[in-house]
Design a protein around this ligand. Sequence first.
Ligand code: FAD
Length: 454
Amino acid sequence: MQEWGSILNASISSSLPVLVLGGGIAGIHVAQELADFGIQVCLIEKEPTLGGKALQLFRFFPTDDCALCVSSSDRLFSRGGFRKCFYRCGIIEHPNIELLTQTQLVAVEKLNSEFKVSLERHPRFVDEKKCIMCDKCADICPVVVPNPRNLNLDTQKAIYLPASQAIPYSYVIDPNTCLFEECAKCVEICPTNAIDIKEERETIEKNFGSIVIATGFEEFDPSPLKEYGYGIFDEVITQVQLARLVDPQGPTKGKLLKKDGAPIKNVTMLQCVGSRDKRFNSYCSSICCTYALKHSLLIREQEIDVNIAYMDIRTPFIYEDYFLRARDDGVKFIKGRVSHIEKDPVTQKVHVYVSDIQTEEIMDLETDLVVLSAALVSSKGIKKLAEILDLELDNYGFFPTTGAKESIYTNIENVYVCGAAQEPKDIPSTIEQANAVSMAILRRNAPLQKGEVK
Ligand SMILES: Cc1cc2nc3c(=O)[nH]c(=O)nc-3n(C[C@H](O)[C@H](O)[C@H](O)COP(=O)(O)OP(=O)(O)OC[C@H]3O[C@@H](n4cnc5c(N)ncnc54)[C@H](O)[C@@H]3O)c2cc1C
């Protein structure tokens, strides 16, 4: 008997390829689903590695798995439900996936049912296939710069590995800080001649039958909210920065330490920073309560005291368990808004002043570290992308979909959206939507029309 996979592969191999924009969890999932069913996919990512936010987040609710644990690409036809580490997911070897990192969409022309697309690919300056990860280039590089992956909490070189499990697994040169011909020490030392500092930007033109927007989201920069002292006091960080600090592969190897290396004894988390705030983003970012609780539980393992100042704790369905566990584990909850944060110039201690709604008192919380649960906002450059594609954006800068029951369709036929590009959401909902997009594209390309029987 012929396998379903091979029947589908044979019947849809003639359909036009699909362009997926964004290589986070959403984009990777759609690309793998379609590719496993024989559809050609071009997955483009603007950064030098796949992974999106997941690369920075250490552990995920609801399973507390490593954030890099994603499904293997071959699960469909071999071991169902089998999970593999992200860096072994096989996406790079998939015959139906063309992966282009450091690439962005620059123009689109709609021709009947096709999209004629121009892509701009920025140079990596390191040949992915030749790089053997010997680290000699980074060791000899004299340029030390802040590390954006760790939100500038530590440093890297101008030639660097974008993540410990980067896909593609290869070094890359930062063109903004590299000294190029003035130095070129990395070129001389590379044992495989993988580095070409003269590599140039490339324009690629292709035709696609569908486009999937999976461009994700960003954490809001809380600097304009002066009362929180972000960017003023080193002791005030965001939840993504905290995620890097609790990660054993992060800048402090998972330990929460003060600047002088002494262990941190207490942390105060402040919820709804720039969310549910008419001055900035009036919506609820929906997942910050749960990840603040997830981080509280991780921090409690280091015997650190945690206070959470909140407006409402919103932990839907099974996420309530995180709230109950955190409460049982001694996390202190204070219902109230922050009035301001101060640093005592003599003791150098940080004080968070919170007006407690229940007691109507102003509380003075002396704390070693303040963590802001900043709003989740749309990705940088999304306005430009919407203009190129002629897509509508909602009032908050996310891609709206056309109806409650059709949460993957945009205002342009055959352009779909999934994941946090539509609104802030967790990974299970991201995967659900990515599955729905894959199914919509598969149905469009399927050999039979609905109701037709062969
Ligand atoms: C602090 C924090 C903790 C979290 N913890 C959890 C958790 O424990 N469990 C959970 O389920 N969820 C958690 N989440 C939510 C989770 O991060 C998201 O659900 C998930 O990242 C969404 O995936 P995505 O692919 O839609 O978006 P992203 O992860 O944002 O990926 C989007 C990708 O698109 C790329 N991109 C953007 N614009 C372009 C463009 N124009 N062209 C090409 N590429 C582009 C980006 O570089 C990025 O790689 C957390 C979020 C935060 C902020």
